[in-house]
Design a binder for this molecule. Structure first.
Ligand code: C5P
Length: 301
């Protein structure tokens, strides 16, 4: 018999740069963002069952609403058709923290349920309406579905896959505060900043990428720091770590990241940061470089 359980990894999303370039009539902000994914994330297991259901464990389980509104359940409901699926989420990423936790979980649930349906032979082509409903779950869900390095424009629906990145490692740090995304966007003073450069370079190594990033911005950093001044402390601590090439806030915060050229540098730096700030959430991992065939796909279209 075919296996009836699927496991998926919900990778943390990192906005290496995030420029807010405008605002739509419905209030959503237009972005131009460089998005990558880390080998750090939540776990999702999906098993065929009588009905749709969700259980949650892991260090941040208590911060996730387990009811019908849960993003994972809403996502699975869209993808499952009439198939029953028991989902189990292991929540390792802090909630509402700028690294896409909810969107990554929703995307992992969609991938897992579609794989179950594929095995059961009940997969149906997805309609434009299905895709729109999936995108409406959260602005980061489309990019998290592929979990591939991307330039993300519009409100998250316009994606260009990047050519493979050089080897880069990250340390993520969160001071234990939730920063609500809508409040950060509301506190944003200027909503029509310059986009990223038209053409992105082919970075040769982590240091080259870090140098390029210094000329880019996260436009949400200033408003997020107004709401949560501790973010400044996190960026200073990350910047001061040995071998750190560059540090910045991701998404709407409060999680910040530092980039490193080697795995050992990131692991040692994470250990040092944990020792100095035992109450912070700190994680180290590699940045997923992406696949050459994804970039070729874009060039061909
Ligand atoms: O889509 P997501 O759930 O991440 O967005 C949360 C809120 O952040 C939205 O309801 C909206 O107020 C704000 N937002 C925005 N522009 C975006 C993404 C989010 O204004 N591109």
């Amino acid at each position: 018999m075919l296996p009836q359980t699927i496991t998926e990894f919900a990778h943390a999303k990192i906005n290496l740069a995030l420029h807010v370039t405008g605002q739509r009539d419905d209030g959503y902000h237009l972005l131009d963002s460089l998005v990558v994914f880390a080998g750090i994330g939540d776990g999702l297991r999906a098993t065929r069952a009588e009905a749709l259901g969700l259980t949650i464990d892991g260090p941040f389980a208590a911060d996730v609403p387990a009811g019908e509104d849960n993003l994972v359940l809403r996502a699975a409901r869209l993808a499952a058709g009439d198939m029953g699926v028991a989902l189990h989420l292991t929540k390792r990423l802090p909630a509402a923290s700028g690294i896409g936790g909810g969107s990554a979980d929703a995307a992992a649930a969609i991938r897992a349920v579609l794989r179950l349906r594929m095995m059961a032979g009940t997969i149906a082509p997805m309609s434009a309406e299905d895709s729109a409903q999936i995108a409406a779950l959260g602005a980061d869900v489309p990019v998290c579905l592929a979990s591939h390095p991307a330039r993300m424009r519009g409100i998250g629906e316009q994606l260009d896959w990047l050519a493979p990145l050089p080897e880069v490692h990250v340390v993520l740090a969160n001071p234990g505060i939730e920063v609500p995304t809508p409040a950060v966007f509301r506190a944003l003073a200027q909503k029509d900043n310059a986009p990223l450069p038209d053409a992105l370079p082919q970075w040769r190594n982590a240091a080259d990428l870090a140098e390029w990033l210094k000329d880019q911005r996260n436009d949400l950093e200033a408003p997020a720091r107004q709401l949560a001044p501790q973010i400044g402390q996190v960026i200073a601590a990350l910047s001061g770590l040995p071998n750190a090439l560059f540090a910045r806030m991701s998404g709407s915060g409060a999680t910040c990241f530092a980039l490193f050229a080697k795995e050992d540098y990131a692991l040692d730096a994470a250990e040092a940061l944990r020792a100095d700030h035992p109450d912070w959430w700190v994680a180290a991992g590699m940045v997923y470089p992406g696949r050459a065939d994804m970039a070729q796909l874009i060039r061909a279209t």
